[in-house]
Design a protein around this ligand. Structure first.
Ligand SMILES: [Zn+2]
Length: 341
């Protein structure tokens, strides 16, 4: 299955709802595409706690390694894209949100060392996504890549010359937690209500911004005027970011305004990040990038407004690897680790 010179890695993407794994064969030539096979996933079942999750991930790894052996696939290393903030040197999860109770403090490398001699490298899931896109996706061939993921939450990663920039505490790239006036009064996943971009620009944030304005509409504020001026009835609350995007695509004025305001505010934040990092390319991925032209146009407008003259022409492009990006990035991370030893 894998070529002689193309190493294959067992990769994991540990998220809040599922743990995905697969065999990732990284290409020898720069222009070729990684191949992901042997895909497998288990539910995270976060409520069972961090110990239980760690044990089930190691058990999954054992099954995957047996399958690889049965298929005559040689596994060269294990790459892990983990939710939370992992310490790549020690293999310990140093921070995690309430989405994964008991995940913080888990010693992942130790658990793997008990069952395999293969080299293991773990990085953050958002960093892995960025590393995957920078190495083999929309940022391939570029020196400095700023990757922004806009899904249930908002995350980011900075990749410089193929290496993930993680900062002093592994926190670098937390793109959702930059100030935005639009977010004031909305509870961010980090705990602040002072105005971060995530709670009004993630998929969940789009829904919350829409429903907040709808409440305002019921109380006779601006949004009602918008709806009434357009000759429409006051709509039902939105159920998701995708719901808001669908309403906008159907021409509903409130949804169009929310989508545009949210994307413009996010674009302004990305412009500020662009001024700080000066990337060659900005890769935007995640479920919300499917929200359509209203979203993309407003994102680009907001970016252009806050980016410095030399940063303004930086391409803002959609990610190319989809859901495989973290697996591919995790494989790239363990390959870098093995090559550096
Ligand atoms: Zn925050």
């Amino acid at each position: 299955m894998s070529g002689g010179t193309q190493p294959t890695y067992l990769a994991f993407d540990i998220g809040g709802t599922k743990v995905a794994s697969g065999f990732v064969t990284l290409p020898a030539a720069a222009g070729d595409t990684p191949i992901v096979t042997g895909r497998c996933s288990i539910p995270t079942e976060a409520a069972r706690g961090g110990d239980d999750l760690k044990r089930r991930i190691v058990a999954l790894a054992m099954r995957q390694l047996e399958q690889a052996a049965a298929e005559d696939v040689t596994i060269t290393g294990i790459g892990i894209a983990a939710a939370g903030v992992p310490d790549s040197e020690t293999g310990v999860i140093v921070a995690a949100t309430d989405i994964l109770p008991g995940w913080r403090g888990q010693r992942i490398y130790d658990a793997f060392a008990d069952v395999t001699d293969l080299p293991v490298r773990m990085i953050g899931d958002v960093g892995a996504h960025g590393l995957g896109e920078a190495s083999y996706g929309a940022g391939r061939g570029k020196g400095v890549v700023l990757s922004i993921g806009v899904g249930t939450g908002i995350g980011g990663a900075i990749v410089v010359d193929g290496g993930l920039f993680t900062g002093a505490h592994g926190v670098a790239g937390h793109a959702g937690h930059v100030p935005s006036a639009l977010g004031r009064g909305f509870l961010c996943s980090c705990g602040t209500r002072e105005g971060h971009i995530e709670p009004v620009a993630s998929g969940t944030g789009l829904k919350d911004l829409y429903n907040r304005r709808l409440e305002g509409a019921h109380e006779g504020a601006d949004a009602a005027d918008t709806a009434v001026e357009a000759g429409g009835d006051v709509p039902e609350p939105a159920s998701s970011g995708a719901d808001v995007a669908a309403r906008a695509a159907a021409g509903e004025p409130l949804a169009c305004a929310v989508l545009a305001d949210s994307a413009r505010a996010l674009g302004e934040c990305i412009g500020g990040m662009g001024n700080l990092v000066d990337p060659d390319v900005i890769v935007v991925s995640g479920s919300v990038v499917k929200a359509g032209p209203i979203w993309w146009d407003a994102l680009r407008d907001g970016f252009a407004e806050s980016a410095l003259a030399l940063v303004k022409p930086t391409p803002l492009v959609e990610g190319a690897l989809g859901g495989d990006a973290p697996l591919i990035g995790a494989a790239a991370a363990v390959r870098q680790y093995v090559q550096s030893r």
